[in-house]
Ligand binder design. Structure first.
Ligand code: 2AM
Length: 186
């Protein structure tokens, strides 16, 4: 199984992940969540246009496989659904503060599992850890207790997923959408 794909010196690898991308209005709301939390835990806010919810992190993928994924992704059908972000949380070790659902909706879990099943045809194995849907808002936080009170819950209606290339850039990562899935018809 490929998991995180092996390094192949003949073919430059590309760092890829699948994510739900909020529309600008939801991204602006989440940016407000970041500002509110920052007064409590400090840290560095993610730029509004980079906010997302990762569905599958693939790591460094050989260019040949990346091209296969880019070609195939428009044929992957995502079942549209909703997820309500209603709480802050912290991943202490990487020092991240995030927004997420108190409980993972079954439909989102099923889409995550379905995506990994689809990815298995390309040789990828799902991660051992359970799916923890979250939108990273702040990095390098200075306190590990998230604010107890989150802003009013926000319901995210999603119907597509993007395949994103993550490239190192000055001041962090730069994200580039390289393909998008189609919504599953009604
Ligand atoms: P994070 O925001 O919790 O760090 C691009 O880096 C995206 O992939 C981010 O959403 C990041 O999650 C996620 N990511 C990075 N490394 C990962 C890993 N080893 N496992 C799962 N997701 C990862």
């Amino acid at each position: 199984m490929r998991g995180n794909a092996p390094y192949n010196p003949g073919m430059p690898a590309i760092r890829l992940f699948y994510a739900l991308w909020p529309d600008p209005s939801l991204a602006a709301t989440l940016s407000g969540w970041a500002s509110q939390a920052r007064s409590h835990v400090q840290g560095r806010a993610m730029r509004t246009e980079t906010l997302h919810l990762t569905m599958a992190f693939l790591g460094a993928v050989d260019r040949e496989i990346a091209d296969e994924l880019i070609d195939a992704t428009p044929y992957h059908r995502l079942q549209p659904g909703t997820v309500t972000l209603d709480r802050y949380g912290v991943f202490a070790r990487p020092g991240i503060l995030w927004a997420g659902p108190a409980r993972t909706p079954d439909s989102l879990q099923a889409s995550h599992d379905g995506l990994w099943l689809w990815l298995s045809a390309f040789g990828f194995a799902p991660p051992a850890q359970p799916f923890r849907p979250h939108v990273t808002l702040l990095r390098n936080i200075e306190r590990n207790d998230p604010p107890a009170d989150a802003p009013p819950p926000v319901t995210w209606r999603y119907d597509r997923m993007v395949l994103v290339a993550s490239e190192s850039a000055e001041g962090g990562s730069r994200y580039r959408a390289v393909a998008g899935s189609r919504p599953q018809p009604g």
